[in-house]
Write a protein that binds this ligand. Sequence first.
Ligand code: FES
Length: 275
Amino acid sequence: SAAPTRAPEQGTGVFSKGRAAISTRTLRTDTWWVPPLVTVIGLAAFIIYATIRAFVRTAYWVDDYHYLTPFYSPCVSTSCVEGSSHFGHWVGDLPMWIPLGFLVLPFLLLFRLTCYYYRKAYYRAFWLSPPACAVAEPHAKYTGETKLPLIIQNVHRYFFYIAVIVSLVNTYDAIVAFHGADGGFGFGLGNIVLVVNVLLLWAYTVSCHSCRHITGGRLKHFSAHPVRYWMWTQVSKLNTRHMQLAWTTLATLAITDFYIMLVASGTISDPRFIG
Ligand code: FES
């Protein structure tokens, strides 16, 4: 007997067969477009600021207090200003079109680009797929993350491991920054800025969905793995705040860099408590 045949579908997503044919894109009457708009403005503002700062090569290191902006850390080129290369020089001079933070900036970008929260944010805000709940997307086809190119988003877990290394480097920078102008221990407002930033970066990194899976995933019996169960419980609590941490850390990264730029350029002086 003949195999059952299926009529070709007109499209996928809201255009697929079996979905109600509603001609307006949404029946929502609230301001559903505000969150995607705020997302576009927020992400664009950070990307523009970070790109400019990554390339300018000025005011990224405060020699008196050993403050280094996270955008230039680790600074491993001989182009880096004296004192800023905490881990030595791995490469020679770099042309102006290569940022001095080249070693980690691409990975930090990829970590955030493949982050489960940011994916939701930019799929909605930039790709409008869909722009909000119960608002039809403009695209005729929807393959989601099941095919190239978006199936590559699955590599997020590997960027998580790199992000952990970068957080360790930032932690080292924050510790080295307890430096007085005359040598020895020092403590100023810049230290508070750097430490708050690094603590929030850890919170964002540890609250990652991949981290949650690494700590507690694939276990059949939590009772047999009390340590991993405890870690998973803690990560799960932080994980509920992942979106807030994603935005907070964008802000603290920009504020930390901006503060160090102001001090390094002599625009303001760092209020000192010790040293
Ligand atoms: Fe957002 Fe991993 S899910 S950093």
